[in-house]
Design a protein around this ligand. Structure first.
Ligand code: ZN
Length: 120
C-alpha cells in the first residue's frame, strides 16, 4: 500500500517552488533542482513521484526544458514496449525536474534512446 500523504506533502512544497519561480525569486536551475528533490522526497516513505509533481506538470512546466508548454505527457507513455518504455529516461532523470515532457523534449529523449540502442 503506497503512501499518498508524502506525495501531497511534497506537492505542497513543489507548489511554492513554482510560485517563487513565477515571481522571479528563484532561477530555472533552482526551480528544477527543488522540484527534483520534491519528486525524490516521496521515497522517504512509499510515495508516488507523480503525486509530488502533479501540480507542476498541470501548470505546464516541462520536466526537461522547464518551459511552460501545452500537451505535456509522461515520457514513460511511449511506443517502445515493456520493459524498454521504462528505460528511456534513465540518462535524463538526474537532470530533469520530472518526467512529464513537452512534445519536443519527449521526442528528443525517445530518439536518443533509440539511437543509442540501435532501435529504429
Ligand atoms: Zn520541454
Amino acid at each position: 500500500m503506497s503512501c499518498h500523504d508524502i506525495g501531497r506533502g511534497m506537492a505542497s512544497v513543489a507548489d511554492v517552488v513554482v510560485e517563487l519561480y513565477e515571481e522571479n525569486k528563484i532561477d530555472k536551475e533552482a526551480a528544477m533542482r527543488l522540484v527534483y528533490a520534491c519528486r525524490r522526497g516521496v521515497h522517504w516513505c512509499d510515495g508516488n513521484e507523480s503525486e509530488a509533481i502533479e501540480t507542476v506538470a498541470d501548470a505546464g512546466y516541462c520536466g526537461l526544458c522547464f518551459e511552460k508548454k501545452d500537451d505535456l505527457s509522461s515520457v514513460y507513455d511511449n511506443d517502445l514496449g515493456y520493459p524498454q518504455c521504462y528505460n528511456v529516461f534513465k540518462d535524463f532523470d538526474a537532470d530533469a525536474a520530472h518526467f512529464y515532457l513537452c512534445p519536443e523534449c519527449k521526442r528528443r529523449v525517445i530518439d536518443e534512446y533509440k539511437k543509442k540502442n540501435n532501435l529504429s
